[in-house]
Structures are given as structure tokens and as C-alpha cells.
Design a protein around this ligand. Structure first.
Ligand code: IPM
Ligand code: MN
Length: 364
């Protein structure tokens, strides 16, 4: 397969974890005879300081030309970020516009912890039980993130408004994707919402319930978001299957899921539109540990697995990458943030060592 890929390394640990992701991409390219043309472009806080724009027009053009996009995390330390005017910061001026540009409404955030790795989690092993395997699906281009905003000048803030809006079509398309995923996995779909208070919550539940009727073979449950947050900690495996969430609730609960796994470094993601998708770790740029070769690249390498699976429909490549990463952990190796008191020093892997081990497994 021949594909053009835009690579946005981002800030902080971005470049070093993207490097590991690309190592894996290149190995699979050779192994399976693909041809990937990579075009690097700048994006994020660094891009703002270099070009006055966190999502410069050259980057937009590179993304427009590409079949898919690989994106690292963005953001610099607070003292740097505070030098960027609010509306030019990467969250508002780069990430949301990227999502809107390619209408990437469908965000996959897998939460996987096999029982052998239960010790990663701050939860007791009996709570991890037979293992957590939840595909969180977050709506990514609607709701309160994209509604109208009213802000009075910072000097005389009296009130502000964030409008939360969802249309029938916006809810239906992500719900259909979530039900298809649940059907593929022969698994439960849990719909998360706040129907007891919000109009958009009631509407979300109503629309999803109607979509559910088209999937009688998929077990369907509905849960309020506050209860879901509680249940996720108390008994996460009850959600094994697919969880469907609107944009902001999905943002919050997917980070909580990272907490259950024991590290946000274990949270890859794919953001899919109808024509194009991009992949990114679900976490931030961790500027405090940047350039120290100690960030966990799992989330980025997992995002590369998603690139194969979701963007290019290359399932075999994707599943080999996932297995290789679990094999590294299964062999007792740990990335720095997952190492415990009892992890032998020679089992603690730097960012590049983790990538090298995945590569070694994929090429043996
Ligand atoms: C995420 C991030 C983004 C979000 C921010 C950086 C805009 O937290 O992808 O989860 O809130 O969606
Ligand atoms: Mn988030």
C-alpha cells in the first residue's frame, strides 16, 4: 500500500515518542512491502513561537495532502504557555481546528489491561479480575467544546457562557460507529450521558436508544455519567465492551481510565472522520520529563497500530504491533513510570529501549 502521512511531532515528549512510533511504522513498511511518504510539519506551542501560529498554513496544506496524520502531544511548561494569548494556544488554535477540519467525530480510546498486568493499576488485583478491555468511543467534534462562547474581557468578568449543542446527525453517526464496534466485538455497549439534568443529555440518550433498535444483537445499557465515573473505579470490568460518550464527558472519563490503567502513557487513540483520520496519544506533552528518554511510548506506538487498523484497514499489521507491546510487558519489562519498587533495574526501559524491543519482536 502507498500512503502519504503528515507527521506533527508536537511539543514536550512529542518528538521522542513519535520517533519510536515511526521506528515501528518503518519496520512494518518493510516487512509488508508498503510505501509510506512522510511529511513533517510543525504544530503546537513550538509552532506558535516559530511561526506565530500553532497550526500554520503550511501544516494545514501538508495535512490536506496526506492520507492520514500522525500527531504527538502538544503544550509547553506553564511559564511558556502563559506567553501565548489565550485564543492562540494550541488547544484552541491547533487541536480543535484540526479535529474540525477533518470532521474527526469518532475517537477511539482503548482501555486495555490484561490480568497479567494488573499490578500496573492502582486498583486491587481482584478488581481488575480477568482484565479490563473497554473501547471508549468519544464524540470529538460536537457538544460544549464547539458551541458558542461568550466571554467578557478578563478585566471585568461578570459571566460567561459555553453553549452545548448536539444535532440528531451528530449523535447518530457516532452511535452507529459505536454499535458496529460492539457488534464486531460481540460485546456490550454502555451509553453514558447526563439525561437527568441536561437537555443535550436527554436528547443524546433518546437518539442513541433509537439507534440501539437497529442492533438487536448488541446488548445495550444506559448509565448516568456520574455513576459511570464511580462504577469505573469500583468495578471497571462490568464495562468490558464499548462505552459511548459525548465530547466533554469522554474527555474526562478517558483520563480516569488512564488512571485505572496506572498511566496515561497507556492511552493511544485514533480520531476518525469520513475521509481522513489522525492518530494521537490521549495524553499531554509532559514537558517536565521531555528530552530525558523516559516517557512511555506505548500510547504513540499504539496510535501507530490504530493508523494501520483504522486509517489504512491493515488489521494484521495492527494486531502484530499490539501483541509485540504486550509481549514486552509480559516479559517483565517496565517503562519508567510503571516500574515499581520490586522492578529490577535491568527491566526498566527508556523510551528508545521500549521502541527497540517492539521492533526486535516484529522483525524476529
Ligand atoms: C484530549 C485533550 C484535548 C481535549 C485538549 C488538549 C484540547 O485533553 O484529547 O483529551 O480536551 O480534547
Ligand atoms: Mn483529555
Amino acid at each position: 500500500m502507498k500512503k502519504r502521512i503528515a507527521v506533527l511531532e508536537g511539543d514536550g515528549i512529542g518528538p521522542e515518542i513519535v520517533r519510536e512510533g515511526l521506528k515501528v511504522l518503518k519496520v512494518m513498511e518493510t516487512k509488508y512491502g508498503h510505501e509510506f511518504f512522510l511529511e513533517f510539519a510543525s504544530f503546537g506551542a513550538g509552532a506558535y513561537f516559530a511561526h506565530g501560529d500553532a497550526f500554520p498554513k503550511e501544516t494545514k496544506a501538508a495535512c490536506d495532502r496526506a492520507d492520514a496524520i500522525i500527531k504527538g502531544p502538544v503544550g509547553l511548561p506553564v511559564d511558556q504557555m502563559s506567553k501565548i494569548p489565550q485564543h492562540k494556544r494550541p488547544e484552541i488554535a491547533a487541536i480543535l481546528p484540526l479535529r474540525k477540519r477533518y470532521d474527526t467525530f469518532l475517537n477511539y480510546r482503548p482501555v486495555r489491561l490484561p490480568k497479567e498486568l494488573a499490578s500496573f493499576s492502582p486498583l486491587k488485583p481482584e478488581i481488575i479480575g480477568e482484565g479490563v478491555d473497554i473501547m471508549m468511543i468519544r464524540e470529538l467534534v460536537g457538544g460544549i467544546y464547539f458551541g458558542q462562547k461568550v466571554e467578557s474581557p478578563a478585566t471585568k468578568m461578570m459571566y460567561s457562557i459555553d453553549e452545548c449543542k448536539y444535532t440528531d446527525e451528530e449523535v447518530r453517526r457516532v452511535a452507529h460507529a459505536a454499535f458496529r464496534e460492539a457488534r464486531r466485538r460481540k460485546a456490550l455497549l454502555t451509553n453514558v450521558h447526563k439525561a437527568n439534568v441536561l437537555a443535550t443529555g436527554r436528547f443524546w440518550e433518546f437518539v442513541v436508544e433509537n439507534v440501539a433498535k437497529e442492533y438487536p444483537d448488541v446488548e445495550y445499557r444506559s448509565i448516568l455519567v456520574d455513576n459511570a465515573a464511580f462504577q469505573l473505579v469500583k468495578n471497571p470490568t462490568q464495562f468490558n465492551g464499548v462505552m459511548l460518550l459525548e465530547n466533554m464527558q469522554g474527555d474526562i472519563l478517558t483520563d480516569q481510565a488512564g488512571g485505572i490503567l496506572g498511566s496515561l502513557g497507556l492511552m493511544p487513540s485514533a480520531c476518525m472522520g469520513l475521509k481522513k483520520g489522525y492518530v494521537e496519544p490521549a495524553h499531554g506533552s509532559a514537558p517536565d520529563i521531555a528530552n530525558q528518554n523516559k516517557a512511555n511510548p506505548y500510547s504513540m506506538i499504539g496510535s501507530i497500530a490504530f493508523l494501520f487498523d483504522e486509517c489504512f484497514d491493515l488489521k494484521k499489521e495492527a494486531s502484530e504491533i499490539w501483541s509485540a507491546m504486550f509481549e514486552v510487558f509480559g516479559n517483565g519489562y517496565r517503562t519508567v513510570e510503571l516500574a515499581g519498587k520490586d522492578t529490577p533495574k535491568n527491566r526498566i526501559l527508556s523510551t528508545s529501549e521500549f521502541g527497540d524491543m517492539v521492533v526486535a519482536i516484529l522483525t524476529r
